[in-house]
Design a protein around this ligand. Sequence first.
Ligand SMILES: Cc1ncc(COP(=O)(O)O)c(C=O)c1O
Length: 332
Amino acid sequence: MGPGDEVIVPDVTWIATAAAVKYVGATPVFADVDPTTWCLSVDSVGRCLTPRTRAIIPVDLYGGMPDYDALCALARSRKVALVEDAAEAVGSRYRGHAAGTFGTFGCFSFHGSKTMTTGEGGMLITTNEALHRRVQVLRDHGRAPGDFSFQNGEVAQKYKMSALQAALGLAQLERLGELVAHRRALFAAYREAFAGCEGLTLNAEPEGTLNSYWMVTLVLHPRWGIEKSLLQTRLDERGIATRPFFHPLSSLPAFAGELEAHRARERNAVAYGLSRAASTCPPPAASRPTTRATSRRRCARCSSWAARGALREGEPASVVAPRPAGADPHSL
Ligand SMILES: Cc1ncc(COP(=O)(O)O)c(C=O)c1O
């Protein structure tokens, strides 16, 4: 994989998905996302495939799962690799299969914001023995596993987790069911709180999938004509933190001037519509220690606000307060 090769990624994801493509000199091609799952749209991938396509990287966005039946079939029929970016979806499932198990590789993030964390770090999984051996060399400055002669076979990278972090990760893994159940309970509380708000859509869990709801997400229907910053301000006033939904990668300064970004801006109406209308709600635990009672109290605050009709039709469509300059949308 290198210059001239193309890799299809969703336009809506964290930049890391596309950065990995750039690291090897290949070109990320930004496909549109599905309006329900917010993950890669199979139709859009079909339109982005070219003879230069070497791989597709679906992302299990915010814990949601794309249509893997169709994506895997498409990748097989076009003989391109599929690498699953399950960074945000540990614990999610699609037709009974765990997130991370749909491609040649599955990638997980254990960043501090994630459902299961080791502070920083992550995990790559594969059932391919040869690729596993290759990765073990690449992740350790070109040393073969168990090498103590310091005879580096090639210049590679260092992508190793420390033993301390791994110990933390193993302990978290034992509690994965509990950690996912907590995220799902949080989502259920938000869903209940917003049940009376017509025109507000939360994360989808299509039949056959289990969403680990890494990040509760609220999408305002455009017909309301309400700026999402108003929703964010109103929630903020009630002590409920929000962050922007991911901006389409093709809109970021990092890809300004790239032909593929230009094409994606013309093409990806769903990604752009979502990003205009959606906000995420980092779990209360991210800002301070949370008990179930705290989550319930916060969601009760959403409920009373929703019940008072703060977002009903007639609300002025204006930006009340800009987000603080320099706020890192990705940090929690
Ligand atoms: C979709 C996605 N891919 C990749 C990553 C990269 O993970 P890390 O920050 O652990 O390298 C993240 C991190 O948040 C992510 O959300």
